[in-house]
Design a protein around this ligand. Structure first.
Ligand code: CTP
Ligand code: MG
Length: 463
């Protein structure tokens, strides 16, 4: 099949059907009716936003966002409490379930008939400069995209979204660190079609600068956004890089996948997120490496994804540092979380060390320091001279990472936090456990999401 027919095919599959559209519309109509009744006495406004309103939502995406707009004089605290009250009332009136979620400020996460509805309070502003929190931008995005995304472009956005989703880089959340829907929209506005984007990507270099509204001074902005692999200036806000969340590895992965697709186009590129992965092949692959995998498991408390993921990443880096301080080298690490557990796995390059450690001391001719060195270590172990230098053999604190973990995680949560373990992870230390390669293999066999994470770790290559 040639590229054109592949894309046509994909388009057909990801575009919501008439039936889906009318279902979505029915729910939105009902929610807006209820919303109007509730906010009328309060003299507030509302807007439906996100991909539904821009017609860039994907089939099976049963989700929309309802923004409650407050006048800018409203104190922020009141906006929050009233915003939550309104969210609750809407969900109660339509007979759905809801909970409170926290982004930059609290909002209502509702669910109804399989649809998820975020009810977000924000300010209704005339200029983006008056913005108080990130959510205040969304109405501006809506306005801009409603004007600029034509019907034809909206399908191109869908293809790009599906492509990024399939290769695992869709979403600007902390876990994914990829492309947001809004970024996909901007890229299509810039390049006009998915295929033209792919052609352009061939010559993308890290630091690529996209500014469709010609807002900014490239050099000045590149200085602020140093180390951002992609800079896409928000057409509604010159100071913001819409791609700020995109990680360097996801940038490179995206570029590589675009190249691969151009070299050998196939519809498979769009449907990889649920691909079959054989546990056996992962386990074999794992063993062939001759390394050792060691995992840490913590219970997960009821914490939103973005917060827990930033804590997981920070903690993983910290533990890597602690391992290195004790001479255990790692090849890499991977992180996983579901609603019950957090798992951090290290692939060890060095996982066993002898009881003794050789400590290099001062030169023989430095009498003062040599004397101190000898005094300090002669009762600890052997002290001798090697090539003009004093050497002492001392006992190693930990011979294996397991020894180290057993000791380190005996600490109480405040002590762990002091040592650089993030709070939500430190909190669960009493139910912490070390998991070995056998446990990991079992988990790979039983849990698809974990298997996918592991598969990605073992098979990632960007060149
Ligand atoms: N938004 C943003 N930056 C982000 C995430 C969200 O500016 N990193 C704003 C955008 O205006 C976006 C809206 O919040 O359209 C809703 O976010 P979300 O539902 O995550 O994205 P959608 O664009 O609706 O895409 P999807 O089809 O995935 O829902
Ligand atoms: Mg959305």
């Amino acid at each position: 099949m040639n590229v054109q027919s592949i894309l046509k095919d994909v388009k057909k599959e990801i575009k919501p059907s008439k039936n889906e559209e009318s279902q979505m519309k029915a729910i939105i109509d009902m929610v807006t009716m209820v919303t109007k009744d509730i906010i009328r006495p309060l003299d507030l406004d509302y807007t439906i936003s996100g991909s539904y309103i821009r017609d860039t939502w994907l089939s099976d995406k049963k989700e929309f966002d309802l923004f409650i707009l407050f006048p800018k004089e409203y104190p922020r605290g009141e906006l929050q409490t009233t915003g939550l009250q309104i969210g609750r009332k809407i969900m109660e009136k339509i007979g759905g379930k809801y909970e409170i979620a926290y982004a930059e400020h609290p909002y209502t996460k509702g669910s109804f008939k399989g649809f998820s509805i975020d009810i977000v309070p924000c300010y209704k502003l005339r200029k983006i400069e008056e913005m108080q929190s990130a959510v205040d931008r969304t109405p501006f995005h809506n306005e801009y995209m409603k004007k600029n995304i034509t019907k034809k472009l909206s399908d191109e956005v869908r293809i790009l979204k599906k492509f990024t989703k399939s290769i695992g880089v869709y979403g600007s959340d902390v876990k994914t660190r990829g492309f947001s829907g809004y970024l996909c929209e901007i890229l299509i506005l810039k390049y006009k079609s998915f295929l033209k984007l792919l052609k352009a990507v061939e010559s993308w270099k890290p630091g690529i600068f996209i500014d469709i509204e010609k807002h900014g001074n490239k050099e000045r902005i590149q200085q602020i956004t140093k180390n951002h692999p992609l800079i896409a200036i928000d057409p509604t806000d010159p100071k913001r890089n819409v791609a700020a969340a995109l990680s360097p590895d996801n940038f490179v992965l995206f570029v590589k996948m675009c190249e691969d697709f151009m070299n050998k186009p196939s519809r498979d590129f769009f449907f990889m997120e649920n691909k079959k992965i054989q546990p056996k092949s992962i386990i074999q692959n794992m063993k062939k490496r001759g390394t050792k995998f060691i995992g840490l498991r913590f219970p997960r408390s009821d914490t939103v994804d973005d917060i827990i993921w930033s804590q997981i990443r920070r903690t993983s880096r910290r533990i890597d540092g602690i391992l290195k301080d004790n001479e255990f080298e790692i090849v890499g690490s991977l992180e996983y979380a579901d609603e019950n557990y957090i798992i951090i796995i290290f692939e060890m390059e060095i996982w066993e060390l002898p009881s003794i450690r050789k400590l290099k001391g001062p030169p023989l001719f430095n009498e003062k320091h040599s004397k101190q060195f000898v005094m300090k270590y002669r009762n600890v172990g052997r002290v001798f001279v090697e090539d003009n230098i004093y050497v002492a053999e001392i006992r190693r604190n930990y011979k294996t990472p397991e020894d180290l973990f057993a000791h380190f995680f005996r600490k109480k949560p405040p002590e762990l936090m002091e040592a650089g373990i993030a709070s939500k992870i430190a909190e669960g230390v009493s139910r912490f456990g070390v998991i070995n390669q056998k446990n990991i293999e079992k988990f790979v066999s039983e849990n698809y999401e974990f298997r996918k994470t592991f598969d990605f770790y073992l098979n990632k290559k960007f060149a």
